[in-house]
Design a protein around this ligand. Sequence first.
Ligand SMILES: Cc1cc2nc3c(=O)[nH]c(=O)nc-3n(C[C@H](O)[C@H](O)[C@H](O)COP(=O)(O)O)c2cc1C
Length: 276
Amino acid sequence: MDVQKIWAVYFSPTGGTRKVTETVTNTLGEVLSLPVEALDYTRPQARQQFYSFQASDLVVFGIPVYAGRVPNKLLPDLKKGFAGNGAKVIPISVFGGRSFDDALMELKQILEAQGFRPLAAAGAVSRHSFSQTLAAGRPDREDQAQLRSFAQRVAQRLLAGEDFPPFTVPGNDPVGPYYTPLQADGTPAKFLKAKPETDLGKCTHCGACARACPMGSIDPKDPSLVPGVCIKCQACVRKCLRGAKFFTDPQMLSHIKMLEQTYARRAKNAFFEAGH
Ligand SMILES: Cc1cc2nc3c(=O)[nH]c(=O)nc-3n(C[C@H](O)[C@H](O)[C@H](O)COP(=O)(O)O)c2cc1C
């Protein structure tokens, strides 16, 4: 086996993608007895660097699903920030219980175009960023067990020196349009311009929200100001220990209600490997 190092690369504003990616990476490290290193790609500073891998690297690449695709504000960074140089990769699209639609197809294609060689891929469920109830508690014990068996299977195949022929993942090829969010009454929910509000009675100006924002869009001196772009990731909402950050956009709240009503069933993880 020519793998010498395992990497966990993730963009994870609210921590779910990180958990999924690390579960797979750590299991690979244990079974293969190899060192593991994390590359947290969430903060703007991390995304300004260029990362060059080599053929002896195995990279577990976790990206959350936004509107059925790779988050669009991440695309420029993903397309110019990496050189795979033949490194093996396991793309993982982490979704909040609705669907990963074309996101895994898109992620796999982006990584292939950067010179990575996919061995296997997954669509994995994690709590929906927008909701307290949708996919709450996930990835849970059952998910973690499935993610570990997936990683063990890949590791055993590497140890056995098996080939990893090309494989397909679900999704449109070429990748289709973004998912249109709907309101509870079935009409399209338009909330692209929504930004978090701040309860100044609760805010202590600690700056945690500004540091957590993956777009660097919150003014650290006055966190109630959000001059930059907002991707609705909820990092600021989750990071604020005082509950001072929240969204009030009616169409966004109606979309969340629709999601909670429609997707209450237990969504399944999905694993893709050639010949399995
Ligand atoms: C703007 C936005 C759009 C999302 N779109 C989808 C979607 O289309 N399908 C889905 O199942 N989950 C969707 N989610 C939920 C996230 O994919 C999911 O919660 C993921 O675990 C978030 O990753 P993180 O915890 O690493 O931030 C969306 C979340 C956000 C913030």
